[in-house]
Design a protein around this ligand. Structure first.
Ligand code: PA5
Length: 478
């Protein structure tokens, strides 16, 4: 696939088109009036101020991740030494420790990348991200891989997560069947916190190569740390360009005016759509298969950051729009009927692409069939863009809110911009909701019940709590 650097930064800028969110286009009942944005201006300034102060004090380190030249060099150098020795990289991680790597691979390598030969992959490694513990799936993965040709990257910020740690134990034993303890050391890379967690203890005990997830960067904001960058570099993604894209977006997202800052504007519009217009569902619908897992990554950052019971001052608020992933054009034939005629409770964000890597002409084979001949002479590129436009028109005509983030092409630079845009947008809207978008108490509680149920010392109370839930009545089970 192409993905090369080309053109000036400004020509490669992604854009945000929110015309179809506005009352002037979709009407007063559903649309956002400019006066609503004006009325929110004090809140917007308050959140902007807060983010900037926290950033200055070093309390929001995700903001600084685009600027890591030394780390980029270190990672490229490290994976360049892995490439001649290994065929496969297996990432063990879940949630924020997996979704960034998956999104980058799907966006920036060929759809059938793992099926390509090593020369076709330009010497880069195949990448398998094991982000589930389904025993069938995980065991079948191990069955098709050769331990001698495989290196694994265990990624866990806490160094404790039961799923990832279990996979690590299984995989270590799997390596041990074919490799000596000495050999195995070169096959295991750990990405975790600098100081805490069991994974850190293991690194110290075993001497595994390790990379650090910076303090204060949570899983879902960690794609620009070794969590996403190491797997990215292993499959040949230009991680320097990725960070340049993020840094370029940072210049736009530093602007205080909501009218100049795309992340603030999208955050503001989504907030108003939710709290003032009852649009509780946020659908991300890329019109490029390469971006389907960016939508999955978005689903996590939006859900885990914004779904909160308590506000910053401890009030019970139960906020959080529900993110949904869809894919154009596939889901036009699955979800779109609901989006157009079902409850008016959604905002659809399209991600569009001007230039696809390939151009595929549609041949003119049946000139005598009028209803088919119109396609001939066009390209699939024109068709997919026409389909997106048609979908946006139908939604708008039916007064359904929609907006578009447009990428000139899918490149490391544009993906860096897009992911950073969505990170800032999440941090910003979290401020408008007056919740903490950087914690995940619900997820932590679930982890603790799992530890208790599995018999981990120190979590006996959690097991008791789980056992004390009202016993199932047989008549509720059919
Ligand atoms: O975004 C998050 O914080 C979570 O999704 C975590 O990444 C996920 O729970 C895995 O945690 P850890 O990286 O500690 O294993």
């Amino acid at each position: 696939m192409h993905r090369e650097k080309h053109g000036k930064e400004t020509d490669r800028k992604i854009s945000f088109d929110f015309r179809n969110m506005m009352a002037t286009v979709v009407g007063d009942e559903n649309g956002i009036a400019e006066t609503m944005i004006d009325e929110l201006s004090d809140e917007i300034s308050r959140v902007d101020d807060n983010l900037k102060k926290k950033r200055e004090r070093g309390n929001l380190p995700f903001f600084d991740l685009p600027y890591q030249d030394a780390l980029v060099e270190e990672l490229i150098d490290f994976v360049d030494r892995l490439k001649p020795r290994f065929e496969n990289l297996v990432v063990l991680g879940i949630g924020g420790s997996a979704l960034g790597a998956i999104a980058l691979k799907t966006a920036l390598t060929s759809p059938f990348y793992n099926l390509l030969s090593k020369p076709e992959r330009k010497g880069n490694l195949r990448l398998f991200v094991a982000d589930n513990i389904d025993p069938d799936e995980f065991n079948m993965l191990l069955r098709v891989l050769d331990p001698k040709e495989t290196v694994c990257n265990v990624i866990s910020k806490s160094g404790e997560t039961a799923e990832t740690m279990s996979q690590f134990l299984i995989m270590k034993e799997w390596f041990g069947r074919k490799l000596s303890k000495e050999e195995m050391r070169d096959h295991i890379i750990v990405t975790t916190d600098k100081e805490s967690g069991n994974l850190r203890t293991i690194v110290e005990k075993e001497g595994y190569k390790d990379f650090v997830i910076p303090a204060g960067v949570g899983g879902r904001f960690s794609v620009f740390t070794p969590v996403g960058l190491l797997p990215g570099a292993a499959v040949g993604i230009d991680i320097g360009e990725l960070l340049s894209g993020a840094a370029f977006m940072d210049t736009l997202c530093r602007k205080s005016s909501v009218w100049e800052n795309p992340a603030y504007m999208n955050g503001t519009l989504h907030f108003l759509a939710d709290v003032r217009k009852g649009k509780r569902i946020s659908v991300m619908m890329p019109y490029a298969a390469a971006l389907r897992d960016v939508a999955d990554w978005y689903r996590q950052i939006w859900a885990e950051s914004l779904g909160k019971k308590l506000s910053l001052n401890g009030e019970t608020v139960y906020v959080g729009p529900t993110p949904v992933r869809a894919l154009g054009v596939t889901d036009q034939h699955s979800q779109l009927q609901l989006y157009i005629e079902g409850p008016s409770d959604k905002v659809i964000t399209f991600i569009t692409v001007d230039q696809y890597c390939e151009k595929l002409p549609i041949p003119r084979l049946y000139p005598e069939i009028e209803g088919l001949d119109y396609l001939g002479g066009h390209t699939l590129n024109e068709l997919i863009q026409a389909e997106q436009r048609a979908t946006a028109v139908s939604l708008s005509k039916n007064r359904r809110l929609n907006c578009t983030i447009n990428l000139p092409c899918v490149s490391a630079f544009s993906i860096g911009q897009l992911l950073f845009f969505l990170e800032v947008q999440t941090a910003f809207i979290g401020g408008l909701y007056r919740i903490n978008p950087f914690d995940q108490p619900g997820v932590e509680e679930g982890k603790q019940y799992a530890y208790g149920i599995m018999g981990r010392k120190g979590f006996e109370r959690k097991k008791e709590e789980a056992d004390a839930l009202p016993a199932e009545r047989d008549r509720y089970i059919i």
